[in-house]
Design a protein. Structure first.
Length: 316
């Protein structure tokens, strides 16, 4: 099979039939062997009945329905697990991603040997204040932090080799950083393609300004995981050592000062009257705690079990 098209969605009943027709038109024109995987992330409208109807009349259409809304990352994880195509395409269900881009994305994977190709919505039809400017700032920070030179991390239209999606773990809210996850897993040939972006035709966006706040927090998380995720003691141990040494030398200074005054028979002063006492106490305690955090992190890594991240209520 050439292609698996993975489409996470939430309450997109107006768009699904039109999106399906558009995709199949492009697939048939290019003679692709394909499957369309709709991942219903807990929709409360008629999205799932529409997916069932599409699947009943076209065996290329498959669906997964979550019991509730678990998030886009979990939807992509489920779609990647089920996908069987040689190339996996992800796109949004709101008709803002153009299926006409799929053949070129496919060619970049198959003919040019890219592991992953990310779409770049260079010309956007979103609000400048609520999306464009925050998105530019977010993408700049992501580039600087991750070292992956993409202009648009948020674009849902991406193409992957099958081996990529089968070897990365998309969890939490990490769908924005799949290129970074791929790079960290050893897939270094990552490309970018300018893609057309349409204005939303139906409904309203399911993402608010909080996605950028969450995005920056996730960026810090993925930076930490990429550098220290397999060796947390290297970070916490180093920080703990520094803090403990600061406390040790502060305590040594207090002790030497006390001995000096005793030797010269100067008036006795309580150690607790010296502010360095509290600096020494606090830094040594913090240093010890950081060491313990590192040890606990190492223990968790070696004993953790894979937890269930979402529940599926139906498939077609």
């Amino acid at each position: 099979m050439n292609l698996s098209i993975v489409i996470p969605l939430l309450n997109e009943e107006e768009s699904l039939n039109e999106l399906y027709s558009w995709i199949t038109k492009v697939m048939d024109a290019n003679r692709f062997s394909y499957e369309i995987l709709f991942i219903d992330d807990g929709s409360t409208d008629q999205s799932w009945p529409i997916i069932e109807q599409l699947s009943a009349r076209d065996t290329a259409v498959k669906g997964i329905r979550f019991l509730k809304n678990y998030g886009k990352s979990q939807a992509l994880h489920a779609g990647f697990a089920k996908a069987s195509g040689d190339v996996i395409i992800t796109m949004d269900a709101d008709l803002q991603d153009n299926p006409e881009e799929i053949p070129e994305l496919y060619a970049m994977i198959v003919d040019k040997g890219y592991d992953l190709v990310s779409g770049w919505k260079k010309k956007r039809f979103d609000s400048v204040v609520s999306k464009n400017l925050p998105s530019k700032l977010f993408n700049w920070a992501a580039r600087k932090t991750s070292g992956v030179a993409l202009n648009d991390f948020n674009c849902g239209l991406k193409a992957y080799k099958k081996v990529v999606v089968k070897n990365i773990e998309v969890s939490g809210e990490m769908h924005r950083y799949i290129p970074v996850l791929a790079k960290n897993a050893g897939f270094g040939k990552i490309g970018e393609k300018v893609v057309l972006h349409q204005a939303r035709k139906y409904g309203t966006t399911k993402f608010g300004m909080e996605r950028f706040i969450n995005g920056f927090l996730d960026l810090i998380t993925i930076w930490f995981l990429s550098r220290f995720g397999k060796r947390p003691m290297h970070l916490f141990g180093a920080m703990g050592s520094v803090m403990f040494l600061i406390g040790f030398f502060a305590a040594a200074y207090i002790g030497c000062l006390k001995l000096y005054k005793l030797y010269h028979k100067e008036p006795a002063v309580l150690i607790t009257d010296n502010p360095w006492f509290f600096i020494a106490l606090a830094t040594m305690i913090i240093g010890t705690q950081l060491f313990l955090a590192g040890f606990l992190g190492e223990i968790i890594l070696r004993t953790k079990n894979n937890e269930e991240r979402y529940k599926i209520s139906a498939t077609v």
